[in-house]
Ligand binder design. Structure first.
Ligand code: IFM
Length: 438
């Protein structure tokens, strides 16, 4: 547990630095009865998939209460709000009208809309194992861009394709619940292709300011032993290179391209379509060692397979209610490492997610977490990394996927019975920080 008074003044970030908060459609909107189903609706209906047995059918009911959310954003004083459009809702009658209203409300409140075009809620009829899903995504993107493009400040093609591949298709703890292990690699390739096609579709629709939100974090070897270092390098490749090398330098890490389907060289030219900025979702580093047994544990499930690594505990660090270690300086390490790896191929960076799960409305631990990470971010800026913005995950407590409503990441508490929103201490703290930054 970390509980300390935050006293030192926050250093000033460069003028024009973009401050925001993030959410995603499936996690907050509810109103599942007025849209087509997604793979997450099917997954959560299956017993045992979500820890508390809940679904996102109502969630925060932001579909009906978006005006309350916009008022909270305006009160917080953020420059921007990152939300996602639900592909199944866009495919439903009147679905785009909802986003039209939301975007108008944000603009009227002086909050710039940042739109994620895919945040895991794939329409049930589609499948990322199929190459055609990438083209279908580009069609979806064109429809959204035509309608909202005149008011959207920034576009994000995909959110965390790494987690969607690993958790959803390799391990099966997220929708669509497949356990394909390394046979899930085509899912990664097709999402990357979808990203490149989406960049082209956005530009064709006259939209600009385009990025992707990939999850990254430093990977630390459990020891100097060659087997631990090798395992850590492999994990680093999966988390920190598989989804960034193709986008930023137009090639897969060594040994991966030959495992991907289709004309990979031609696809990489699409995948590496230039973007305007690169989004990083950062939560924690990972300590990785050599495999220890024939079973892995994840999300309460055991897998009778041996992965080429095991995730080890990071000792002597506080952890969040989710059990994630709190290591702010790893964010500086991540950003300086990224800038070193990609050099001038790395466009300006935005932190598109950073946050933590804690109970309670007097959430001093969240304040300490955010304070530490924003300072770590500033150190990266001082070290010369071109970081242009920072988004807290999340505005509201919401549906945390396979964890249901048990994990609370919000600056605002959601009562899931009454749907009442109550700003937490961290909301007030961030509001004051943003005021001081201006
Ligand atoms: O809630 C998720 C979000 O959907 C994607 N990034 C990580 C968050 C916390 O687990």
């Amino acid at each position: 547990m970390i509980r300390r008074m935050v006293t030192n003044p926050m250093p000033q970030f460069p003028a024009g630095f973009l401050w925001g908060v993030s959410t995603s459609a499936h996690q907050i909107e509810g109103a599942a009865d007025v849209r087509e189903p997604s793979v997450w609706d099917v997954f959560t209906a299956e017993p045992g998939r979500v820890k508390d047995g809940s679904t996102a059918a109502v969630a925060c009911d932001s579909y009906h209460r978006y005006h309350e959310d916009v008022a909270l954003l305006a009160g917080l004083g953020v420059d921007a709000y990152r939300f996602s459009v639900s592909w199944p809702r866009v495919d439903s009658p009147g679905g785009l009208d909802f986003y039209d209203r939301l975007v108008d409300a944000l603009c009227a409140a002086g909050v710039r809309p940042v739109v994620t075009l895919f945040h895991w809620d794939l329409p049930v009829a589609l499948d990322w194992l199929e190459r055609d899903t990438a083209s279908r995504f580009a069609d979806h993107v064109s429809v959204v861009a035509e309608r909202l493009g005149d008011r959207v400040a920034k576009w994000i093609t995909l959110n965390e394709p790494a987690e969607h591949t690993l958790l959803g298709h390799a391990l099966g703890v997220h929708a669509p619940g497949r356990r394909l292990m390394f046979d899930a690699l085509p899912v990664a390739h097709h999402q990357l292709l979808a990203h490149g096609l989406a960049v082209r579709a956005l530009r064709a629709a006259g939209a600009g300011d385009i990025g992707i939100a990939n999850s990254h974090g430093p990977t630390w070897a459990a020891s100097e032993k060659p087997e631990d270092r090798e395992a850590a390098e492999f994990y680093d490749l999966l988390l920190n290179r598989l989804f960034s090398d193709p986008v930023l330098i137009g090639r897969y890490p060594e040994g991966i391209g030959e495992l991907m389907p289709g004309d990979v060289e031609a696809d990489l030219k699409v995948i590496a379509e230039p973007i305007d900025w690169y989004g990083i979702n950062y939560y924690a580093p990972t300590r990785v060692g050599a495999p220890q047994g024939a079973e892995i544990e994840f999300g309460g499930l055991s897998f009778p397979v041996e992965l080429p690594f095991t995730v080890r505990e990071i000792e002597d660090r506080p952890v969040t209610d989710f059990g994630w270690p709190v290591v702010p300086e790893a964010l500086t390490e991540l950003l300086t490492g990224f800038a070193g790896r990609y050099g001038d191929r790395l466009p300006p960076v935005l932190i598109t997610e950073n946050g933590c799960s804690y109970e309670g409305v007097d959430d001093q631990e969240r304040i300490a977490y955010l304070d530490g990470h924003i300072r770590a971010l500033h150190r990266a800026v001082e070290a010369g990394v071109d970081v242009r913005g920072y988004f807290v995950w999340s505005l509201l407590d919401n549906f945390e996927w396979a964890e249901g409503y048990a994990r609370r990441f919000g600056l605002v508490h959601t009562d899931f019975e009454t749907l009442e929103r109550t700003p937490k201490a961290s909301y007030t703290w961030l509001r004051d920080l943003l005021r001081a930054q201006r």
